[in-house]
Write a protein that binds this ligand. Structure first.
Ligand code: PGA
Length: 243
């Protein structure tokens, strides 16, 4: 795993944004896997900045988001769909057909998960997957547990994850949905390249496990050690337990 350290999250975000703009330039049909959460907020701000200045042509790019809350969708302010529209999709030239998102309001969630796997495969697979990491070591909504799911699935969120997401729901943890749809570990590991961003001291233990820990479903991100092309982009806080 390649480790990159940055003085702060702003430099990290602007560096990754520039790389993504370059990647789209080199491959206009890039298939991107995208995260939500607090960590990539600055990344999306940088991408909007570049896109507003014509630095990137999004008209052939495909995107697939990692996850979505069950029961929420377009129009729900807490949905990841709403987050992504505001963060990126409303600001770049993309048609709905280019945007892959799980539908948390699908009547048949298992069928929705299967549809998503097919859509990713039909797009030729994900070229570059951007990830955040939970303080508990989750990626997407693959939560620590006795076992992990390989493919896109319905996930039950742990209490700490619901608390960590409460900010998107007026600070009220009880309003955070109890379940989500998420790409599985195999879905994520099939990406040709992975970039994980981690910022803040609250992520230092998860990052230590990601980089140096044993492979364990207790820290789902540890399985990224199996992938040949992973870069972990870290700020000082997140990197502080690394030598
Ligand atoms: P965060 O979430 O960016 O809001 O800390 C990261 C994650 O849970 O993957």
């Amino acid at each position: 795993m390649k480790i990159e350290r940055f003085d702060n999250d702003e430099v990290l975000a602007s560096t990754l944004a520039t790389r993504l703009i370059d990647a789209i330039f080199l491959n206009p049909r890039l298939v991107l896997g995208l995260p939500t959460g607090r960590t990539p907020v600055a990344l999306y701000r940088e991408l909007r900045w570049h896109s507003q200045r014509g630095h990137a042509d999004w008209s052939q790019v495909r995107t697939f988001n990692l996850d979505e809350f069950v029961g929420l969708g377009a129009g729900d302010p807490g949905s990841y769909r709403s987050y992504m529209q505001a963060a990126l999709f409303d600001h770049v030239r993309m048609t709905p057909e280019q945007i892959g998102m799980l539908d948390g309001r699908a009547p048949n969630l298992a069928a929705e998960c299967a549809r998503y796997e097919r859509a990713i495969a039909q797009a030729g697979g994900i070229d570059l997957q951007i990830l955040g990491i939970g303080a508990n070591g989750h990626i997407g909504f693959n939560e620590p547990g006795d076992t992990l799911e390989a493919e896109t699935h319905v996930a039950e969120l742990r209490a700490e994850t619901r608390r960590a997401n409460a900010g998107w729901f007026g600070g009220d943890t009880t309003r955070v949905p109890s379940h989500a749809l998420s790409m599985g570990l195999a879905t994520i590991l099939r990406a040709r390249e992975i970039v994980l961003m981690a910022t803040g001291a609250g992520k230092q233990d998860a990052v230590a496990g990601l980089v140096n820990g044993q492979l364990t479903p207790r820290l789902p991100a540890s399985f990224l050690q199996l992938h040949p092309r992973v870069t972990a982009m870290l700020d000082r806080g997140a990197a502080q337990r690394l030598a």
